[in-house]
Every structure is written in C-alpha cells, then in structure tokens.
Design a protein around this ligand. Structure first.
Ligand SMILES: Nc1nc2c(ncn2[C@@H]2O[C@H](COP(=O)(O)OP(=O)(O)OP(=O)(O)O)[C@@H](O)[C@H]2O)c(=O)[nH]1
Ligand SMILES: [Mg+2]
Length: 464
C-alpha cells in the first residue's frame, strides 16, 4: 500500500488539560475506525453525541464525533474527528484506540499510524486543498505572536498571497508565450508591432512584482521580527535601556562598570512587530579588559553585533567631556560600523540626557531613567527595519518567499536588459523569463513545465 494512503491519527489540541480535546484521524479508508470507536457509521458532517468505545465496547469517554467524507475535509481524505474531554490520559487512550481499531479492521481497512508533525496539512497540500504558501500560513497563524501577524496569516491562508503570486505568473506566461512563439516561428520576423507588446508586458510584470515584494517583506518582518543589539562602553546604560524598552527589570543595573557579563535577550513588540532586543557586556579596548569572564562576555557581544539587524550604539552624554571616554567612543563607533553586517544600520543613541545635553545634534537623545526619547527610539527602530505602519495589506511571509521574489526580480531585470536588444537576444530573454517563472512557482509549489505548455497550446492556434 502506498505510504500516503495509510491513515494517520493524532491529538489535535495542545498538550495539557482543557475542557475539550480533539483526536483526528485521516486516511483512505477509515470506516473500521469509525465503527470501532463509535459503534456505528456516522452521517457525514454531523456532530453526534455518543460513547467512544474501547475494544471491549466499554466507554472510554463520551463526546462528539464528526465524520467528514473525502474530499470535503481539511486534508481532502476521509476524516474522523473526536471531541472528548481534554485530559492527557483520556486523549492518549482514544488515540491508542484509533490505532487499534484501524489494525482490527482487516485487509479492507487502512492501517492507522501516528501522524508526523504537519502531516495533516501536508496531505491537504498533496490533495490540492492548499498550496505551499497557504500551508505555511496555517503554521504561521498558529505561531502568530501579535495580532497583526495573525491577521496577515489569515489573509495568506485564505489564498490572497497565492492569488497575487498566481496573477504575476500569468503575466509572465503571457510574455513567455509571445517570446516562445517568435522562437518557434522566427521566419515571420519580429516587427515593431510584436516587440512592443513584449516590452509592455515586461514592464507590467516588473511593477506588479515590486509591489508584491514590498508587501511580502512587511509580512516577513511581522513573522520574524528584527534583532536589535545594544552595544557600547561599560556603564552607559545598556541594561537600563533594555529594562526600559521591556518595561521590566530583566537585566541587573549598577553603577559598577562591567555589570553585564553575559548577553540578556528579551522579545518585545512595537506596533505588532516583534523586536528581539539583546543587551550585551560593555565593550572596552582589548588591553584594558578585566578577567576571563569579561573577555568571554565581550566576545559574545561582538558575536551579537555581527548577527544584528540593527545595532544601537549607546553613549553616555554625562561623560562626553571626558577625553578618555570620548576617544574610546570614537574608536568603538568605527569598530562597530566595521563589524556589523554590510547593510546593518548602527544607530547612535545618547543616554543620560537628564544629566547632560549631548553636544552632538545627530542621533537619538534619551534618558533610560526618565523615559524621555524612548518613543522616538521605538519609531526609529521600526523605520530602520523597513516597517510601513500605513500598510495594512502585508502578507505573512517567510524568508523563503522573500528570497524567491528577489530571485524572480533578478531574472526579470536581466530579461529587461535583453528586451532592449531584441530580436537578437531573444533566446537569452526567453531563458531569463523561464528562470523568473520557475522562481515564482517555488512559492506556491505550483511550478511544472507542463503548465506553460498547456497554456501555450490552449491559447495559440499552432496548426496554422
Ligand atoms: N541619570 C541617569 N542614570 C542612568 C541612566 N541610564 C542608566 N543610568 C545609570 O547608569 C549606571 C549604569 O547603568 P547600566 O544600565 O548598568 O549600564 P550598562 O551599560 O548596562 O553597564 P555594563 O553592564 O557595565 O556594561 C547605573 O547606575 C544606572 O542607574 C539615565 O538615563 N540617567
Ligand atoms: Mg549592563
């Protein structure tokens, strides 16, 4: 029997106790499980209150059973859903009973095994109930840590994202049709009349892609958030700033230089965007650094800087007049810019402005103690992350999608260049379009060469 047609079973609700717990079975033939557990066959899609029976026909629990015959179920297969009391033991008993009843069904029935993680959704994808992007959105909705993330996951799950991707693919297919037709029938030549539609459609596809990329990037931001690393000399107030941003006393604050030795991380959210803030050990020149632990702490701090999306370079406004302090600050600023990733912004932030006004006008001025300037810092972080608050149409997305769209754009740009040199570069243009089309197809998992052929043959009168 094919591996995929085996029935699978799992507890669908979260572990622990709850008022209700659900066991779900999905597979090719599950009537033995229905019979074994419910003592009869069930009407489709109707909740029936009954006793869930063990092998000796004794009740394990009472609850609701619903049978969804294929293809009208989440997975597209026959599905049995048992809603029982939500205790871990009772749910384990029910699950074990489902496996047993499947095995007892004889050769006519599918054997039932435990489902792998995500396997119900995987089957929904394989049975064309969802495409890849929608399947991912199911997981994203469950994992969503903010309301905005949940709303954009719902949009993606409903297929809005996939539909946009599909629209763009159709535009590419149209250009490809024109190009491939020329390649197949070059003797007919490419006059101005035929060049223009190709160029026009390329332009349309490029601009649609640009919009889609923006919306997707916003969605990736909502899902993955950004990592902000607090770096600076000892005692400038990094731990105080972490605590102020988090609104909780997470890291130890003291006037002793070198208080923080290890990194302290906390996730906060700003307007629904997850921001992972990392407080680090104060940085001093290597020849000055104290004991072994402090050296390890500083090495970790540099490690964090290297993987940051944004670095906050925190400076002490009350010490700016001290030559030693400001010389070290200038050196550190250079080293941070060098060690942070190439496109990673290093944001200069002056702290302790309640004690002294910073001489520098640039950068953000704040006081972790009084809270002045915190709101401005939050906005600045969102801005640096590329967040556009007014955009309400973000799609929850993964870096996989963002990368696929970036790749599509690269190929479209190359295609554009070849488009300038038509008709000589026709074959190169065709190849770039094919690559762009493939890259896009990876998002929904829809790519197949046959699809393009099908469209070409159905729309073109090839037998002329
Ligand atoms: N007046 C004033 N004092 C502050 C402010 N922020 C921090 N401090 C004080 O500065 C001292 C050092 O603060 P921390 O937050 O421990 O500094 P840090 O940068 O984490 O120091 P290390 O962990 O040693 O690198 C403490 O005594 C804080 O109370 C501020 O905005 N205003
Ligand atoms: Mg500290």
């Amino acid at each position: 029997m094919h591996e995929r047609s085996a029935a699978i079973a799992a507890i669908a609700t979260a572990p622990g106790r709850g008022a209700v717990g659900i066991v779900r079975v999905s597979g090719g033939e599950i009537s033995a499980v229905v019979q074994g557990l419910c003592g009869r066959q069930l009407k489709p899609r109707e909740a029936t209150y009954l006793a869930f029976l063990d092998a000796a026909s004794q009740p394990i629990d009472h609850g609701l059973a619903i049978y969804f015959p294929a293809p009208h179920s989440f997975t597209g297969e026959h599905v049995l859903e048992l809603q029982a009391h939500g205790g871990p033991v009772v749910l384990q008993l029910l699950l074990a009973r489902c496996l047993e009843a499947g095995a007892a069904g004889g050769s006519a029935a599918s054997p039932v095994r435990l489902a792998r993680p995500g396997e119900f959704t995987e089957r929904a994808y394989l049975n064309n109930k969802l495409d890849l992007a929608q399947a991912e959105a199911v997981a994203d909705l469950i994992d969503a840590s903010t309301e905005a993330a949940a709303r954009s996951a719902t949009r993606a799950m409903a297929g809005v994202f996939s539909a946009e991707v599909q629209l763009l693919r159709e535009r590419l297919i149209e250009v490809r049709m024109l190009v491939e037709a020329y390649l197949d029938f070059p003797e007919e030549g490419l006059g101005a009349l035929q060049r223009q539609p190709i160029v026009d459609r390329l332009a349309q596809a490029s601009s649609a892609l640009a919009t889609l990329r923006q919306r997707t990037q916003q969605g990736a931001l909502l899902r993955e958030g950004i990592k902000v690393v607090l770096a600076g000399q000892p005692n400038v107030g990094k731990s105080s700033l972490l605590n102020a941003l988090a609104g909780a006393e997470l890291a130890i604050v003291s006037p002793i230089a070198g208080t923080t030795r290890d990194k302290v991380a906390q996730s906060i959210q700003i307007e629904g965007v997850p921001v992972h803030v990392v407080d680090t050990a104060g940085l001093r020149p290597a020849h000055e650094s104290g004991d072994e632990i402090e050296k390890i702490g500083m090495a970790r701090a540099w490690g964090e800087v290297q993987s940051a999306d944004v670095v906050i370079f925190l400076r002490d406004a009350s010490r700016q007049q001290q030559p030693d302090y400001s010389a070290e600050d200038a050196r550190l600023e250079g080293e941070l810019a060098q060690k942070a990733g190439k496109s990673v912004p290093v944001l200069s932030v002056w702290n302790k402005t309640d004690l002294a006004e910073p001489a520098a006008i640039t950068g953000i001025h704040l006081s972790a103690k009084t809270g002045v300037g915190l709101a401005q810092l939050r906005q600045r972080l969102l801005h640096l992350a590329g967040w556009e608050a007014e955009r309400e149409d973000a799609f929850i997305a993964r870096s996989r999608h963002v990368q696929a769209l970036a790749l599509t754009q690269q190929h479209l740009q190359a295609a554009w260049v070849y488009g300038e040199g038509l008709p000589d570069a026709m074959e190169l243009l065709a190849e770039e379009l094919r690559l762009a089309h493939n890259a896009l197809g990876e998002i929904t998992g829809a790519f197949s060469a046959d699809e393009l052929l099908g469209v070409i043959f159905s729309r073109f009168c090839i037998g002329k």
